[in-house]
Ligand binder design. Structure first.
Ligand code: PNS
Length: 161
């Protein structure tokens, strides 16, 4: 069985992530969405909140599982029996960081590949940070995040204040 990992902060999951998940799940047998800690970012939503958001959005995708992990991604991927890590690339600005991550992960375990999918042009301007900022000031995020979590995002942000 071909298992792939789609890792990220998902703080929160956006339509850009969902686009990558929809496409990646067709390229493997089982796709694990792995919500991890990015030491360079301070998360707005808790692990549990982020997991619930993603779960709601992928509930109809039968070969997709949602999980959280701590520690090194490459170790998590090996423990899950994955053969590849899949990530979305929006622009050249993503490339430098993602290339570095891919090369480091390759050095740590050369049996696990990193696969990049180009983000759909419709979502190339989209980021979790943009969603958080717009929602925080009561702007409209419909179309930027799946409808299933639209209201939850405003509620959780208000609760967190
Ligand atoms: O959505 P993001 O913020 O780009 O996701 C980054 C994430 C969480 C996938 C990345 O920071 C990660 O893999 N964190 C776990 C620790 C790790 O393995 N770091 C890479 C060392 S080479």
């Amino acid at each position: 069985m071909k298992i792939w990992i789609c890792p990220g902060s998902f703080d929160p999951v956006t339509m850009g992530h969902i686009d990558i998940i929809r496409r990646a799940r067709k390229m493997c047998d089982h796709l694990i969405i792995a919500i991890g800690v990015n030491d360079e970012k301070k998360a707005t939503f808790t692990f549990d909140e982020r997991k619930e958001f993603v779960k709601k959005c992928v509930k109809d995708m039968d070969n997709v599982e949602v999980d959280t992990f701590e520690g090194l991604l490459i170790n998590y991927a090996k423990n899950k029996g994955a053969t590849a890590i899949v990530k979305g690339l929006r622009a050249v600005s993503d490339f430098e960081y993602e290339l570095q991550m891919a090369l480091l992960n390759k050095r740590l375990n050369d049996k696990i590949e990193t696969v990049f999918l180009m983000t759909s042009i419709n979502y190339s301007h989209l980021s979790s940070r943009a969603v958080r900022n717009i929602a925080k000031y009561n702007g409209e995020i419909r179309g930027l995040v799946p409808d299933a979590i639209h209201d939850d995002i405003y509620l959780k942000l208000k609760k967190g204040k």
